[in-house]
Design a protein around this ligand. Structure first.
Ligand SMILES: [Zn+2]
Length: 259
């Protein structure tokens, strides 16, 4: 009656039958539940690490903008300082020209000196105008630096906050993880080596369970319909069966028998 099943089931695994097979299936279900919880913990940790990386990128970008704003302001300040020095030299020159006026003998010499003083004053005036232009330029740059400093500070605080939060949760998660691993390792010891080897191989496949429930006659692992004989055998958990399509171990929830 179940000949079709014998053909599709993996031969060395169908060696396990009856009560032993039922126990193995029950253990595999527990192992898979623990593995899923472990995977969920790891995924959580990964998401947290991505959050930290994203916060670090934001902080880095804020620091770069701040450095750029400071550099623009520094350039203006440097030019400003140079002009202040030039202005002070110009004023010094005017002062000296005025001081030496008493030595002048002729009216011509006196007129020439006056012209010289006027020219020096005009130079000073131009420098003062340039300084005013720079002052106007510096104003928005100072504002930009202050704004970028505030942004960088906020981003830095955010980064530290996320780091502290994930570290606290990482420690908690590590504790829970360790409990699950110990529990799972204890179950590993109860599984037949051939089955355990297969289970581990199946668990390496992305987005596919190693052991799946039969929903009616459909494998919950791959959603393919299986022959009716499978359902009968799986419900009795008499043999360790494998899905013909996705290879996962199959089990069906056994209806509680009325007592
Ligand atoms: Zn399947």
């Amino acid at each position: 009656m179940l000949e079709g099943v014998e053909e599709t089931a993996v031969p060395h695994l169908s060696l396990l039958e009856g009560e032993h097979a039922r126990q193995q299936i029950a253990i595999l279900i527990q192992i898979q539940q623990l593995d899923e919880q472990l995977a969920s913990l790891d995924a959580h940790q990964k998401r947290h690490e991505q959050l930290v990386a994203a916060a670090a990128v934001q902080h880095e970008a804020a620091l770069l903008s701040l450095a750029s704003a400071r550099s623009s302001l520094n350039k203006i300040n440097k030019e400003w300082k140079a002009l202040e020095q030039a202005l002070s030299l110009s004023e010094e020159r005017v002062r000296k020209l005025k001081d030496c006026q008493t030595d002048l003998k002729t009216n011509k010499e006196y007129q020439a000196r006056l012209a010289e003083i006027e020219a020096a004053k005009a130079d000073g005036g131009k420098i003062e105008e340039s300084i005013l232009v720079l002052m106007e330029k510096a104003e928005p740059l100072k504002k930009a630096v202050a704004e970028q400093e505030a942004i960088a500070r906020v981003e830095g605080e955010k980064l530290q906050g996320v780091k502290a939060e994930i570290e606290t949760e990482r420690v908690q998660r590590a504790g829970v993880r360790e409990t699950f691993v110990v529990e799972r390792d204890a179950l590993f010891a109860k599984v037949a080596p051939t089955i355990l080897k297969e289970y581990r191989r199946l668990m390496t496949r992305p987005n596919r369970p190693a052991i799946a429930r039969l929903l009616g006659n459909v494998c919950a692992g791959c959603r393919f319909s299986l022959p009716p004989q499978f359902v009968v055998v799986a419900k009795a958990r008499e043999k360790i069966l494998r899905c013909t399509y996705c290879e996962c171990f199959l089990y069906a929830t056994v209806e509680p028998s009325p007592s």
